[in-house]
Design a protein around this ligand. Structure first.
Ligand SMILES: Cc1cc2nc3c(=O)[nH]c(=O)nc-3n(C[C@H](O)[C@H](O)[C@H](O)COP(=O)(O)OP(=O)(O)OC[C@H]3O[C@@H](n4cnc5c(N)ncnc54)[C@H](O)[C@@H]3O)c2cc1C
Length: 449
């Protein structure tokens, strides 16, 4: 006989465990399903945000080493031990996962290990066990999209997931894709002294960001010796025992040899195993689950959040959506506000933006005013050792309201939150100018605007 729950959540990543916590706290009999307890935290904890940020921390130590001697610090740098970094990251992940498991336990959420698939709109099969439910939240996330011409082989051609398994450093790496994942890994490997080539299909890095923002990163990458090939297409790839030979078309035909290839060409929703058709849940051509503004699927009692729906693929987006979906299951009527969702790219320099970008505002024909200030005059940025980049506000010319912001520079992913608040609360530029900022601080950049 089927075991029955008030609410079932499929997938224990940020979207899933956050949903389950909200439902559990409210007293609903809630079941959280993922392939095993080690998957709790999902892509974010196991092979995404946490691993990549731990690795980038190591990169940042290395990048700041040359400037340490300017502060009188004498030390001998002997390079990076990948095995040790991997071990440190595993410990960090275990600790964070235990924290999530503890919270789930405290809120009375039950966990079931297995792969879920729908049998009908109110029943699931979870690796042989039948589960029935009143309400459901699907949060099955996404997976790396491989290139048809260069399949992942786990040896020479890797996705970000397998990169965290490396125990030795490659001498050279070719990264295909100039989005968040490609640019963060380019930062990491170049800091470690690897020869890095970045192959980017569009004409700029991070094509979703404004051009002036991505140009700052391009300049930093070039200065660090990263070879960036924009408007480039991969024409042919030959995987050999000792490395990979790539034939790439830019203005000219280029032959590139490298030890490893990282395929960072985007991620696709991971909904294949769900058999959504059995529940009458609609998906689009790419497999994203279709939802309305309250995160309800075509079945009103089933919601979907996170990377498996077509919104910004960030853990913080998944958290926000989970909160809204759970609230609505409990009788609320919240709607998405993901247009304010900040983007964050932990390159060096960092990049963050929120609200309406300059490019998007112009495309919409909005009458806007731009205010821009450079870190060159920011004392804290200079002390931190990187005064490159700027902060930019996009302001409505009529109302003076702050519509969006971009920051590229040191601590961008931290100081953006002030701007998220300004956009969310519809603050006017004149009001914002009166805020006193700590001196010296990186966020003081907003005082110069
Ligand atoms: C290298 C990398 C770096 C990133 N860095 C950042 C960052 O710095 N900041 C940020 O905000 N985001 C970052 N992201 C994105 C972030 O990881 C995702 O947006 C986030 O994990 C999405 O959460 P989710 O809950 O939707 O899905 P996921 O975290 O992918 O979790 C989905 C879970 O569902 C499970 N599942 C799938 N199908 C089934 C099924 N049928 N039955 C049972 N379980 C199932 C999976 O096992 C998985 O554990 C990064 C991603 C990558 C790859």
């Amino acid at each position: 006989m089927a075991k029955h729950y008030d609410a079932v959540v499929i997938g224990a990543g940020p979207g899933g465990y956050q949903s389950a916590l909200h439902l559990g706290i409210s007293g609903m009999k809630t079941l959280l399903i993922d392939k095993g307890k080690e998957r709790v935290g999902g892509t974010c904890l196991n092979e995404g945000c946490i691993s990549s940020k731990a690795y980038l921390k190591a990169a940042r130590y290395l990048l700041s080493a040359p400037s340490m001697s300017d502060f009188g610090i004498q030390m001998q740098l002997e390079g990076l031990d990948m095995k040790r970094l991997k071990e440190k990251t595993v410990l960090l992940k275990d600790e964070l996962r235990s924290g999530v498991l503890w919270q789930l336990e405290q809120t009375g959420v039950e966990f079931l290990a297995g792969t879920a698939r729908f049998l009908d709109p109110h029943t699931l099969d979870v690796s042989g066990e039948t589960i029935s439910f009143d309400k459901c939240i699907v949060a099955t996330g996404s997976q790396a999209q491989a290139l048809a011409s260069l399949p992942l082989d786990g040896k020479r051609v890797l996705s970000s997931r397998e990169l965290f398994e490396l125990e030795t450093l490659p001498a050279s790496i070719c990264i295909i894709g100039g989005g968040l994942i490609g640019c963060e890994f380019a930062t990491f490997f170049s800091a470690l002294g690897c020869e890095v080539t970045l192959i980017v299909r569009s004409s700029a890095l991070l094509s979703s960001e404004d051009e002036d923002v991505s140009k700052v990163l391009l300049k930093a990458f070039k200065k660090r010796g990263i070879r960036v090939l924009t408007s480039a297409t991969l024409q042919k790839a030959e995987v050999k025992e000792e490395g990979v030979e790539l034939s790439v078309m830019t203005d000219v035909q280029e032959q590139i040899s490298c030890e490893l290839v990282l395929c960072a060409t985007g991620r696709l929703p991971f909904t294949q195993l769900l058999e959504t058709q059995n529940a009458g849940i609609e998906c689009d051509a790419k497999g994203f689950i279709c939802v309305n503004g309250t995160f309800q699927t075509s079945q009103k009692h089933i919601y979907a959040v996170g990377d498996c729906i077509n919104t910004l693929a960030y853990a913080h987006t998944a958290y926000a959506e989970a909160k809204i979906a759970a609230h609505n299951i409990l009788g609320g009527s919240l709607r998405e506000n993901t247009h304010i969702t900040p983007s964050a790219i932990f390159t060096d320099p960092e990049i963050a933006s929120c609200g309406l970008g300059e490019k998007a505002a112009k495309a919409q024909g909005r009458d806007i005013e731009i205010k821009k200030a450079f870190f060159k005059t920011n004392a804290k940025a200079k002390i931190e050792g990187d005064d490159s980049g700027f902060a930019k506000l996009i302001i409505c010319a009529q109302s003076g309201m702050i519509l969006g912001a971009s920051v590229v520079g040191v601590e961008a992913t931290e100081i953006i939150h002030e701007m998220v608040l300004a956009v969310e609360k519809q603050v006017c530029y004149q009001e914002f100018k009166d805020i006193i900022h700590v001196h010296p601080s990186v966020s003081e950049i907003f005082r110069y605007l």
